[in-house]
Design a protein around this ligand. Structure first.
Ligand SMILES: Nc1nc2c([nH]c(=O)n2[C@@H]2O[C@H](COP(=O)(O)OP(=O)(O)OP(=O)(O)O)[C@@H](O)[C@H]2O)c(=O)[nH]1
Ligand SMILES: [Mg+2]
Length: 334
C-alpha cells in the first residue's frame, strides 16, 4: 500500500522495501500480487514503496503492518536490486526479518504461501526477485582458481582448494588454461571430488566435453558465450558466463544461463589491462538484467555487503578467495 506518494532514490529510481520472513521450519513467506495492480498474479516478498520522510526500516515496518498485521523486531539488509521495468525503475531493497511480532495474515486479500527455500525458484516472481532468491539460496562466494604454478605438485593446488572450501567457498570455477588435456582432466576430477565432499558446486571454464563427462557445471568465457545459440548443458547442470557489457548479459539471459560474473569492478592484479567498471556502472548493468550476478575484480569476502547493496548476489575472486600460503600436507604436520 502507500498511495501515490513515494520516495525516489538519488538517481530517480523508486525505492521499494521488502521483507524475507521465515517460519520455524525455515520456509519463506511469499505474497501474491492481487488483480488490477502491476505484475498481478506474481509472487513477491511483502513490502512496498518508501514514502517521503521514512527510513527504509520504518517503511518496511509500516508496509508489513498494513499488509500482514505484523511488527518487525529485527531486520538486516539482504540485497538491494536495481531493476528497470518498461514503465519505471525501482530499487528492490530487501531485508531479512530476523524476528517479528504477530501472525502474518493476508490483510489485503492477497494469497500467502510459506515456501521451502529450494522451491522458491518455482514460483513465478517479478524479474527483480530472481537475484533475491539467488542471494537466499545460492553461494555468496565463488572462487575462480588461479593457474597452477608451472611444474608444481598438484597436491599443493588441491590443498589450497580444500582450504578455500573450509573457509566458506561453496562455488568453484576451475579456470586452468596452462595444462595439457590429460593433466587438466585429472585435476578436474580431483577438484570435483573435493567440491562434492564439501557440498560445493564446481563449474569448469570453457571445457564443454569435460563438463558433460564429469557432470559438473560449465563457465563460458565471453568469447565462447558469443558463439552459442542455445544453452549448452541440460537444466540440472549449471551454466554461467563472464559478461562485461549489456549485450553479453542479454545473450547470457537469452540462453537461460544460471548466472553471470561481471567485472572488473575494481582494479585487479590478474587483469591490469582492463579498466575497472566501478559500482555505479555495475548497478547500471544489474538494472537491465534479471539473472543473478557475481561481481568480480579486486574484491574479497569483505566486499560482500557492498556487492549486495549494488544488486550482486555475491562476489567472485581469484586472489581474494585463494589461501595466501599453501597449507602444509597433513603428513608433514607434527
Ligand atoms: N513488495 C514488493 N514489490 C516488488 C517486488 N518485486 C518487484 O519487482 N516489486 C515491484 O515494486 C513496486 C512496489 O511495490 P508495491 O506495489 O507493493 O507498492 P505498495 O505496497 O507501496 O503499493 P501501491 O501499489 O499501493 O503503491 C511494484 O512495481 C512491484 O511490482 C517484491 O518482491 N515485493
Ligand atoms: Mg506492497
Amino acid at each position: 500500500m502507500g498511495g501515490d506518494r513515494h520516495r525516489l532514490a538519488a538517481d530517480g529510481a523508486i525505492h521499494v522495501v521488502a521483507g524475507v520472513l521465515s517460519d520455524a521450519r525455515g520456509r519463506i513467506l511469499l505474497a501474491r500480487r492481487t488483480a488490477g495492480r502491476d505484475l498481478a498474479g506474481a509472487w513477491e516478498f511483502p513490502g512496498g514503496k518508501v514514502e517521503p520522510g521514512e527510513t527504509p526500516l520504518q517503511a518496511l515496518d509500516r508496509e508489513l503492518h498494513e499488509e500482514l498485521g505484523i511488527r518487525i523486531d529485527r531486520a538486516e539488509p539482504l540485497i538491494a536490486v536495481p531493476q528497470a521495468y518498461p514503465d519505471k525503475r525501482i530499487v528492490l531493497d530487501v531485508y531479512r526479518v530476523g524476528s517479528f511480532t504477530g501472525k502474518a495474515q493476508g490483510l489485503e486479500k492477497q494469497a500467502l504461501a510459506w515456501a521451502p527455500p529450494d522451491k522458491l525458484a518455482t514460483y513465478p516472481m517479478p524479474p527483480a526477485d530472481r537475484p533475491v532468491v539467488a542471494a537466499l539460496t545460492q553461494a555468496s562466494l565463488c572462487l575462480v582458481t588461479p593457474e597452477p604454478e608451472p611444474g608444481a605438485d598438484p597436491d599443493v593446488f588441491l590443498r589450497q582448494i580444500d582450504a578455500a572450501l573450509a573457509a566458506g567457498v561453496t562455488r568453484v570455477q576451475l579456470r586452468v588454461r596452462s595444462l595439457d588435456a590429460a593433466s587438466l582432466r585429472a585435476l578436474a576430477i580431483a577438484v570435483k571430488q573435493r567440491c562434492d565432499r564439501q557440498g560445493a558446486q564446481m563449474l569448469i571454464n570453457g571445457e564443454m566435453a569435460l563438463a558433460l563427462e564429469l557432470n559438473c557445471g560449465l563457465h563460458l568465457p565471453a568469447a565462447q558465450l558469443r558463439t552459442l545459440t542455445a544453452r549448452p548443458l541440460p537444466a540440472g547442470q549449471p551454466v554461467a558466463a563472464s559478461c562485461h557489457d549489456a549485450e553479453e548479459l542479454r545473450l547470457a539471459q537469452a540462453l537461460d544461463l544460471d548466472f553471470a560474473v561481471v567485472g572488473p569492478v575494481a582494479k585487479t592484479a590478474t587483469h591490469p589491462e582492463q579498466s575497472p567498471l566501478g559500482w555505479r556502472a555495475f548497478s547500471g548493468l544489474r538494472e537491465g538484467a534479471s539473472l543473478p550476478l557475481y561481481a568480480i575484480g579486486g574484491l574479497g569476502p569483505a566486499d560482500l555487503a557492498t556487492a549486495r547493496r549494488h544488486g550482486a548476489q555475491g562476489i567472485a575472486a581469484i586472489r581474494g578467495l585463494w589461501p595466501a600460503q599453501p597449507p602444509r600436507a597433513a603428513a608433514r604436520r607434527r
